[in-house]
Design a protein around this ligand. Structure first.
Ligand SMILES: [Ca+2]
Length: 476
């Protein structure tokens, strides 16, 4: 009967599976990206050597929901009007066909665990997936029941807040939980990947494993803190915001009180250490998932995508968190490995965007292209390390954009305020040279890539009644 079988029946021509593996709020403090000398990320670094590391990758938006919505719908924030964490994308974008939905239409199964879409109730509709295991949190005692209805609240464990900061925002805690590594929430997503990859899969699969770390709260076992007994502090300048226009200052001032409190209480180094510990913890989780894949029947025929949804400030520009248009917030780790990835181990430094992943995965898996996606396939760059790329755009809130090429970052805010940085001469973006007449042509060239228009923001959550049990939204 073998002679009757079509070409797709032979193992060689099986469309590749996808392992879509993500971390949250991981900036470029990753060994292979060189953002923080001394950080320990052996598993991510190993993946970068066996695949292609994009050294100049940026998110579509510098905060969880708009970044993930853009990546998974393939549509830029300026098109969708999804700009912040308060906007449910699903009721607002009735026509969206996300990556998991599109792959299911074309013969794939789509399964996942952890944080893939934004983690609050209503952002991860169950109809996206054949199977999904919801995010398990390390701090259920802080979680608001209406946002996390699947989480069982438990009494706060002895010793919290673990950072010693009373009356600090509960989610922004850090320290060592009285748990073993196996009891951390991200291990449940790892377990899911292990079980999934050990089973016989009837269809090619899209497996999304979304790790929480190094997102706050930055909890990790003691051994990860022990890796960084006396961490070097990020470089900062007191007068860094002096040449930043008003809307940039406003973005930097978001949650400023937390920065001030961290400084006042002498906790800056502690928090840097916790972030490093959380990065290394995430790296261990990445290693577990990759080992599960390597030991499975799918090791040879699975495309691996590793990404972070946005970066993270640790006091640079007097700011913590993300939600800015600077390199700290927009620059993310991105690695592709597996079938179709040529010149492995050769880094790419052309500007790319998480929006480019949707069309890239379509091309790597040979399913029909979509003409309505805002990203651009990375296939030419995966085949030829020298392929040219256009500058790429990150948007934060309506009408504010950063355009990044191989050397420059040009920011334009909705009121016309501008910044321009030469990342080669000034990697920390200290000197805004936007008003330098000698740089006018650079600005004009990059300004051509600004979105022509900005969709009005979609409604915030308070505009809806939402029922978690049925996953239905109704505009009030
Ligand atoms: Ca995030």
């Amino acid at each position: 009967m073998a002679a009757l079988a079509g070409p797709r029946a032979t193992p060689q021509s099986q469309p590749p599976n996808i392992l879509f593996l993500s971390v949250d709020d991981m900036n470029d403090w990753v060994g292979c990206l060189g953002g923080y000398p001394g950080v320990r990320t052996p598993n991510i670094d190993r993946l970068a050597r066996r695949g292609v590391l994009f050294r100049n990758a940026h998110c579509a938006a510098p905060v969880c929901n708009p970044s993930r919505t853009a990546l998974l719908t393939g549509w830029a924030p300026s098109r969708t009007g999804i700009y912040d964490n308060e906007q449910w994308w699903r009721p607002a974008l009735a026509d969206a066909v996300t990556i998991p939905q599109y792959f299911r239409k074309h013969g794939y199964s789509a399964c996942g665990a952890g944080k893939v879409f934004h983690h609050v109730a209503g952002f991860n509709p169950p109809d996206q997936w054949d199977d999904f295991q919801l995010q398990e949190f390390d701090d259920p005692w802080y979680r608001r029941p209406e946002w996390y209805p699947w989480v069982k609240k438990i009494p706060s464990p002895l010793g919290h807040p673990f950072n010693g900061l009373e009356n600090f925002p509960g989610e922004f805690d850090w320290g060592v939980l009285p748990y073993k590594e196996e009891q951390y929430g991200d291990m449940r997503a790892v377990d899911y990947a292990r079980r999934f990859l050990a089973r016989k899969q009837e269809k090619p699969f899209f497996l999304a494993i979304g790790l929480w770390h190094p997102h706050i709260p930055m909890f990790a076992p003691q051994s990860y803190f022990d890796m960084y007994p006396d961490p070097a502090m990020p470089e900062t300048r007191e007068d860094d915001l002096d040449d930043v226009p008003p809307l940039g200052k406003e973005m930097a001032a978001f949650r400023r009180s937390e920065h001030e409190r961290i400084l006042k209480e002498g906790k800056w180094k502690d928090a840097v250490r916790a972030y490093l510990a959380s990065i290394s913890f995430a790296d261990t989780m990445v290693g577990y998932v990759l080992s599960a894949l390597d030991g499975s029947a799918y090791a040879r025929n699975t495309v691996i995508v590793f990404w972070s949804d946005n970066g993270w400030h640790l006091g640079e520009k007097q700011h913590w968190h993300k939600s800015t248009l600077w390199q700290r917030s927009t620059h993310v780790p991105l690695i592709l490995a597996g079938p179709g990835v040529r010149q492995p181990g050769v880094d790419r430094s052309q500007p790319v965007n998480l929006l480019d992943l949707y069309p890239t995965l379509i091309d790597l898996c040979g399913i029909p292209r979509r003409s309505d996606l805002d990203g651009e396939t990375l296939l030419p760059l995966l085949r030829d390390a020298e392929a040219a790329r256009k500058p790429t755009v990150t948007t934060y809130l309506a009408g504010n954009h950063a355009v990044r090429d191989e050397r420059w970052r040009y920011i334009r805010y909705r009121d016309g305020g501008e910044e321009l940085y030469d990342l080669i001469a000034d990697p920390n973006e200290y000197a805004n040279v936007a008003s330098n007449p000698r740089r006018r042509t650079v600005k004009e060239r990059l300004a051509k890539f600004l979105p022509a228009s900005s969709a009005p923001p979609k409604p915030h959550r308070e505009a809806y009644d939402f029922d978690f049990a049925t996953h239905r939204w109704k505009l009030k």
